[in-house]
Design a protein around this ligand. Structure first.
Ligand SMILES: Nc1ncnc2c1ncn2[C@@H]1O[C@H](COP(=O)(O)OP(=O)(O)OP(=O)(O)O)[C@@H](O)[C@H]1O
Length: 335
C-alpha cells in the first residue's frame, strides 16, 4: 500500500487516511492485518452500471491524471419528468486504489468546488459513495463544448483579441472569485476550461487547496507524494517544492492567456525550471494578438521568480478589461 496522499494536520488529529474510511463509512485500521483487509477494500471494483441506485452510467467523457468522467443519467430526476436528467460523474482512476486516502482527493475537490457559485465555474451537485462497489464519486453539471486545448489545436496562431479577451476575462473572473473565497485551483491549463454554450467554465479543482484558515478540517494534499499537475503550467517555486498559492495560479493562467493570444506556450512547452536554465524569459515578446497595453501585466505574471510576479488575478483582469489608450491619451502620456 502506498503512503497517504494527504498530510496529517497535527499528531493528535486523525491522519487524512481516516477520511477515506469516513467516506467509505469504515474505521481506520490500526493493525497490519486490518491494513491488508483495507487494501482489498479500497481496490476499485469495476464501475457498476448504476451508482447508488440513481446514476446510470451512459458513456466515458474523458480521462485525466486523477479521474475518469462519465456521462450519467439521473434516474431520480428522470422519474420526476426532468427532460434533461444528465450529469457528469467523476470517479478516481484505478491507479489510486493503492492509496489509503484516495477518496479524500475527491472529497477535497467537492469541498472546494461546492463553495463556489459563479457563472464561469463548473457547478457541482454532490459527493457520494456507492455502497456496494465502495466507489466514491462526484456529480457535476454536464458540460458540452470545446476545451481551450481543443480550441488551440484548431487555431495554431492563436485567436483574435476580441475572442481572447472574452475568454481571458471569464477565466480570470472565475479564478479571482475563487481566490476571494480562499480557494486555489492548483491545476490551471487549457484542458481544464471549456467553452460551454452559455459561457466559459473553469473545472477540475482536484489539485486545489484552501487558503490558510479556510476549511480548516480539510486535509492538505502532500504534493511530494502526488505530482499529478502539468509541469509546463507549474510556477518555478512549485517545482522546487513550495505549496500552491494565488501566485502559482497567476503563473499558470498567464501561460494559458499567452497561448490563446499567440498559439504557443510562452516557453516552448518547457517547465519553468528548464526555461529558466535556457533563459527563455529574456526572449519573450508580446503575443501577436495581445494589445501592447496589456503586455506589461502579462509579462509580470509570467515571471519565474515569485518575488517578481507582483500581480494578482484582480490586477490582471483589470489590465485586460481596459480599452487600448486613445491617440490623445498616448500623446499626452495619460496612460
Ligand atoms: N463536468 C464535465 N462535463 C463534461 N465533461 C467533463 C466534465 N468534467 C470533466 N470532463 C471531461 O473529463 C476529462 C477529465 O476530467 P478532469 O479534468 O476533471 O479529470 P482529472 O483526472 O482531474 O484531469 P487532469 O489530468 O486534468 O487533472 C476532462 O478533460 C473533460 O474532457
Amino acid at each position: 500500500m502506498n503512503e497517504p496522499l494527504f498530510e496529517s494536520t497535527s499528531p493528535e488529529e486523525p491522519a487524512a487516511s481516516d477520511l477515506t474510511y469516513f467516506a467509505l463509512a469504515q474505521t481506520a485500521a490500526k493493525s497490519a492485518g486490518q491494513a491488508e483487509a483495507q487494501k482489498a477494500e479500497v481496490t476499485l471494483a469495476d464501475l457498476p452500471e448504476v451508482l447508488s441506485g440513481r446514476y446510470k452510467i451512459e458513456r466515458l467523457l474523458g480521462v485525466g491524471g486523477m479521474g475518469a468522467v462519465y456521462r450519467a443519467r439521473d434516474l431520480l430526476r428522470e422519474q420526476f419528468g426532468d427532460p434533461e436528467p444528465y450529469v457528469a460523474l467523476k470517479t478516481l482512476n484505478d491507479d489510486f486504489a493503492e492509496y489509503p486516502d484516495a477518496n479524500a482527493l475527491l472529497y477535497s475537490e467537492y469541498a472546494l468546488t461546492a463553495r463556489l457559485r459563479h457563472p464561469n465555474v463548473v457547478r457541482l451537485f454532490g459527493f457520494d459513495v456507492d455502497i456496494n462497489s465502495q466507489r466514491a464519486y462526484l456529480t457535476l453539471e454536464l458540460l458540452k463544448g470545446l476545451t481551450l486545448d481543443q480550441l488551440l489545436s484548431t487555431n495554431p496562431d492563436g485567436i483574435a483579441w476580441s475572442d481572447a479577451q472574452e475568454i481571458a476575462c471569464a477565466l480570470l473572473d472565475a479564478l479571482n472569485y475563487s481566490h476571494s473565497l480562499g480557494v486555489l485551483h492548483g491545476d490551471i491549463k487549457p484542458s481544464n476550461a471549456i467553452l460551454a454554450d452559455d459561457g466559459l467554465r473553469l473545472f477540475d479543482y482536484g489539485l486545489g487547496q484552501p487558503l490558510e484558515g479556510i476549511l480548516p478540517g480539510l486535509p492538505r494534499l502532500c504534493r511530494k507524494r502526488f505530482s499529478a499537475w502539468t509541469p509546463r503550467y507549474a510556477a518555478l517555486e512549485l517545482l522546487e517544492g513550495a505549496p500552491i498559492s494565488p501566485s502559482t495560479d497567476v503563473y499558470a493562467i498567464a501561460c494559458v492567456i499567452y497561448e490563446l493570444t499567440s498559439g504557443k506556450h510562452p516557453f516552448r512547452r518547457l517547465s519553468a525550471k528548464q526555461a529558466k536554465i535556457t533563459e527563455l524569459d529574456q526572449r519573450l515578446h508580446c503575443p501577436q494578438h495581445l494589445p501592447s497595453h496589456c503586455w506589461p501585466a502579462l509579462r509580470t505574471a509570467l515571471a519565474f521568480e515569485e518575488a517578481q510576479r507582483t500581480i494578482t488575478c484582480a490586477e490582471l483582469l483589470q489590465a485586460f478589461r481596459q480599452p487600448a489608450p486613445t491617440r490623445w491619451e498616448r500623446w499626452f502620456g495619460r496612460r
